[in-house]
Design a binder for this molecule. Structure first.
Ligand SMILES: Nc1ncnc2c1ncn2[C@@H]1O[C@H](COP(=O)(O)OP(=O)(O)OP(=O)(O)O)[C@@H](O)[C@H]1O
Ligand SMILES: [Mg+2]
Length: 257
């Protein structure tokens, strides 16, 4: 079971888009996928047609409920959905920090540190899924740290714009700390997202980014990508001439997925 977290503390860079397209791509190849939405905005959950009143993710993480109590089959037609199970979010996700403080003593006894909770809980899913895809909120908080400790890979969507590139430094520092302390196997990929390749400035930023990091092929800014979300139709199911489908095919190939 390979765990992949999609993260960037900057908002609106295409994390949820990436999670949706990645989960659907893996499911379309016949893999069993568990999707975990750790963002209280619950955008990924709604894209899978799962609007729930109250998520029990905080209770699951601290060990009060089992994984079966938080998992829901994905809603939708077709083979893809049969292969996807979701742990949906809701705004109650915001209770996590409070619960972590209240349960500090039990957590220390059972998992050592709160950062290890997600890893510990995912042991219950071992053998049930081939992949776990985790969407995270736009901040360097408990959710993100726990997800990184539990993951093999972190995918970092980033825009080819000044502020996005500056913001990467903070995330990369967090990545390095987790790698050195809790998870030496953690690997990262920087994925240029929502890129407008017609703009010279963005092409330049992309080149600069490539000088500092090993970046993947970019995903362009395309109206079709927004349609994919509003129609709940993954890009891998769009027509063969679709530019978005072509971008994502190239991306998944470069990542051996
Ligand atoms: N390649 C793309 N082309 C065009 N629009 C896109 C693309 N990727 C994402 N978008 C749109 O940009 C907006 C932000 O994307 P998304 O919600 O995936 O970002 P996010 O990083 O998850 O945001 P947040 O930090 O709020 O969770 C959405 O409206 C989405 O449909
Ligand atoms: Mg999001």
């Amino acid at each position: 079971m390979e765990v992949i977290t999609v993260a960037n503390n900057k908002g609106g860079v295409g994390k949820t888009m990436q999670c949706y397209q990645l989960s659907c791509h893996l499911a379309s190849k016949g893999h069993k996928v568990l999707v975990i939405d750790l963002d209280s905005q619950a955008n990924l959950s709604s894209t899978f047609n799962l609007q729930i009143h109250r998520t029990l993710i905080p209770e699951w993480l601290i060990g009060d409920v089992s994984i079966e109590d938080v998992m829901v089959p994905s809603e939708g037609k077709g083979d893809i959905h049969k292969n996807i199970t979701v742990i949906p979010s809701s705004r109650h996700m915001a209770n996590l920090s409070k619960l972590l403080i209240l349960s500090e003593a039990e957590i220390r006894k059972e998992a050592g540190r709160k950062e290890r909770l997600m890893k510990r809980r995912l042991e219950q899913a071992e053998g049930m899924f081939d992949y776990v895809v985790i969407d995270t909120p736009p901040m360097l908080g408990d959710e993100l740290i726990m997800a990184l400790v539990a993951s093999r890979k972190i995918f970092i969507p980033t825009q080819a714009q000044d502020y996005s590139i500056d913001g990467l430094e903070e995330l990369m520092d967090t990545f390095e700390i987790i790698k050195e302390t809790e998870n030496p196997q953690l690997e990262f990929s920087i994925i240029p997202s929502m890129v407008n390749t017609r703009r010279k400035i963005e092409r330049q930023r992309l080149e600069e980014l490539a000088q500092s990091f090993n970046i993947t092929p970019p995903i362009r800014n395309l109206v079709q990508m927004q349609e994919s979300i509003s129609m709940r139709k993954p890009i891998c199911k769009m027509g063969k001439k679709s530019k978005g489908r072509a971008d994502y095919s190239e991306l998944w190939e470069s990542l051996n997925l």
